[in-house]
Design a binder for this molecule. Sequence first.
Ligand code: TXA
Ligand code: MG
Length: 350
Amino acid sequence: MTKIYDVTALSPENIRRAQTLREPDAIESMERAMKRVAEAARVLAAGGLVVFPTETVYGIGANAFDETAVRRVYAAKGRPSDNPMIVHIARASDIGQLTQMLSPQMVKLADNFWPGPLTMVLPKKRSVPSVVTGGLATVAVRLPDEPAAMELMRLADCPVAAPSANLSGSPSPTEAGHVIADLDGKVDVILAGGRCRVGIESTVVDMTATPPEILRPGILTADMLSAAIDADVVYGSRSTGAAPRSPGMKYRHYAPKAEMIVVEGQRDRVKAEIERVKSLNERIGVKVGVLLFDEQAYIEAAHDFYARLRALDAEGADLIIAGALSEKDGVGFAVMNRMMKSAGYNIVHV
Ligand code: TXA
Ligand code: MG
């Protein structure tokens, strides 16, 4: 049986009300939530699976040094075991458990972006189980910016291997309800927080490459990383044909149940094409959902993208017609990376 613990009281806003403003209600609800996190930490330390919120998406975590527990994560998600996991830590100093040596660039990125939505691929220490890294000589490490996650890891006192808490292939979970829909009965504890603030997964940067190479785009862009280290950071080729260095890229990913088409082009034409395809399909009885974000509202698009896919599925859409975002290298680009995978690269240009 899965225990579901409400930890919404550990939102940054409620913590501020408790710790800075000393509001009794906030203090009480926060303390209750902390007890639930402590209970979850005991489960995690004892080899259990705990789902927790992060600022990006929810993660399904196991003690990274407990191979049996890590294998259970693959089983719960239905995920191929050659797809490596990100190891999450509570303090930057815990990185020493995972990698041997830090370059000045790695230190700069950690200083600038942790806690936050950045994952660094680093040379792995021998002691990190290869089941975590899918047999690779590297390990992906991240320090999430979410109080419940940090407290969980601090109390469990171990690095936590955690992929996104969705069934393999389906949209990543950005709300507790998404996690419950996918994983109820398959994990020991779900820490139910609120909506994830970022909404798409962390930027993954391979620090073993020269120059550092972004394997998965996110809201932290190549330009931002590059400015922090005062050196080039490049986007890696995300071709799905060749054996990719971020093996997660080769599976159909983030996909809704509905068929999905992306329409790309000048804004007015995109809108007109969406309407045209929509009415053609509705005339033959197809239920159509439209996914069109406001122009240049890239942060909002990231925040809402997965939740919108799940909502359209819940409404019973047979076909989702999405408008492409036009940005080529920033947050919009990161959302497009997911949109293209969701649609299985089914795109029309107008
Ligand atoms: O925001 C996130 O990163 C979320 C939250 C839970 O932290 N986690 C997440 O995990 O998205 P997951 O497993 O869904 O995606 C991990 C990605 C995959 O594309 C995987 O292939 C890549 O990171 N990855 C993990 N370890 C790697 C490694 N050693 N080398 C290259 N890529 C790696
Ligand atoms: Mg994932």
